[in-house]
Design a protein. Structure first.
Length: 232
């Protein structure tokens, strides 16, 4: 079984389409949230995901931007993110907003070998908000795993790819499809091969010029466009 891991699309349709061309033959698709926020194609991204969920084994959890846009919970956001949240709330259809409201905060999955996974956006301690960066001490990851019964913990939120292995268990973040922040502008995703138990990370170029053009034309902060070129 081939499992595709994606996260943090952030309304970037061009990045999503480029990644999908690479992963579309996978058996299962697991998404760790933040379909929307920042970018200029929220309805298109949500409708793309909704369509795939009807056709494929595609699980998705709610991220903090999904939550803020769906419920107006943006009090902790910086001014750029808050402006994007308000824009999303104006332009998104009621059906797509309701879809975001219905996304669960946690999802469970078991693969064909019996290995179990917990999907969550931030961490088990704060599902929407906690950042688990790769440079944290191992003691922090051990503490996080104490909250988890499953074999593997799948995360998003940091926009930074990560694989931590601790006593046969793994914490995996595939990085961000739509707004990488590790200095590499290319869309990020990961694949799990259950036969080999391997986790492989990938980067793919996409039409970043088109994504940034849409952000600028929508009247969103220019910073949100410029950062896509830098991967920051």
């Amino acid at each position: 079984m081939l499992i595709a891991l994606i996260s943090d699309i952030h309304s970037n349709l061009e990045a999503l389409e480029a990644v999908w061309d690479e992963i579309k033959d996978a058996d299962v698709f697991l998404c760790m949230g933040d379909l929307v926020g920042y970018g200029a194609s929220p309805n298109e991204v949500v409708e793309f995901v909704r369509k795939q969920m009807e056709r494929r084994t595609f699980l998705c959890v709610r991220g903090n931007h999904d939550n803020a846009i769906a419920f107006g919970a943006d009090w902790s956001f910086n001014p750029y993110a808050r402006q994007a949240v308000r824009w999303h709330q104006r332009v998104m259809t009621s059906e797509n907003l309701e879809f975001l409201r219905q996304l669960p905060v946690r999802q469970l999955f078991t693969d064909d070998t019996g290995r179990s996974y917990l999907l969550i956006h931030g961490s088990p301690r704060a599902p929407l908000d906690e950042y688990l960066f790769p440079w944290l001490p191992e003691s922090e990851f051990r503490a996080v795993l104490s909250y988890v019964r499953q074999d593997d913990l799948l995360l998003g939120h940091t926009h930074v790819p990560m694989l931590k292995e601790i006593e046969g268990r793994r914490i995996i973040n595939p990085g961000s499809v739509g707004q990488p922040r590790d200095g590499d502008w290319r869309a990020s995703y990961a694949l799990i091969d259950t036969e080999t138990k391997g986790v492989t990370f990938y980067r793919i170029e996409y039409d970043v010029e088109e994504s940034t053009r849409k952000i600028i034309e929508a009247g969103l902060p220019r910073f949100l466009a410029d950062r896509l070129f830098e991967g920051l």
